[in-house]
Design a protein around this ligand. Sequence first.
Ligand code: PLP
Length: 401
Amino acid sequence: MASCWANYLDACATTPPAPEVLEAMAAVHAGAWANPSSLHGFGLAAAEQLERCRQRIGELLGCASHQVLFTSGGSESIHTALLGVAAALPAGRLLISAVEHPATLAASKQLQSRGWQVERLPVDGLGLVDQQLLEQLLVPPTRLVSLIWGQSEVGTVQPLQAIGRKCRAAGVLLHVDAVQVIGHQQLNFNALPVDLLSLAGHKLQGPRGIGALLLRPDLQLSPLIGGGGQEAGRRGGTEPVALVAGLTRALELCTDRLVAHGGSDPVGPLRNALLEQLLQLGGVSLSGPDPRDLEAPERLPHHLSLLLAGPDGQPISGRRLVRNLWQQGYAVGSGSACSSGQAASPAGLTPSPILLAMGYTSAVAASGLRFSLGPWHRATDLTGVGAALERARQPSPPRVI
Ligand SMILES: Cc1ncc(COP(=O)(O)O)c(C=O)c1O
């Protein structure tokens, strides 16, 4: 039987919470609802639950429990990493790529107002960062690098080992935005040449409103939010123990799935079959690395991004296609969820800054469409996507089914 999320193809925006996650959260809401800072038995039960989860997440992600700092999600983790680390350093230079998530751009802007210089590293046509330039810039005053590991809009996975080794050799701190990667590959944080790593629960069938920042144990970090000294003084506020339990359960489910499939995400072959299906339509091309090409850079396994043209060869608005596909019951995305709510230009076109950075023209950069899959998908769920896309491209409104 098809799952009720069979037509939900927007996993990079967010994912439906897994039933096991809801169950784990319900149990904690009922049994460990108290304030973990309270000294009575109710509080101690909540504190024990919280620390058990922290320990388990450390085991699953390859670090000690005290290296796990809970936040509200990806954006807060990124802000905490960049602003928190920078506060303990003299102002210097921050390097980011030209294809970062808006949360990184926002945090970078705040650093600029505190006297930091921010440099954006260009990317090539597949979204890969220019490593030569990176290496040249890994000299004073560069003190910090922040890099999106798996790009949410075009799926490019940056070669983290190589980049991390360069940063380590230069003595420059590296923060990684792993929001789209965690859950799709196993992580051994302490074995990576990385100092800080951000993740969000809602991208991996966990609850919304919870994320984590993993950090090297000796790293100094100023809290973004002060208060009662929670999270070892690194984030004030009563800890959401049930959300933490949900995140823990979600990470366990992802890890079990990856282990059962030899370390790779079983959704990869489904994504490849969907790519083959859609490339058979005219006027469809892939953006980002080609997962069928073994020589190509790595791509997120659940991610497919396309550029669409009409019968006249002219690019079609990706946003229009998203709406037309939804009229046929398919939920897809046209870019980063956080920016796709923004107003379109008067012509109805909103060029994606990510595609522009990869060298596409404005018109083509407005024609992006993203399909992102999850463990709830079966091959049969995807067989009608090509026909729906073809209907969505027709000038007349598609028939509602
Ligand atoms: C790569 C990346 N980084 C950061 C974020 C922000 O995460 P959150 O929505 O949990 O704040 C997202 C969410 O779309 C993302 O895809």
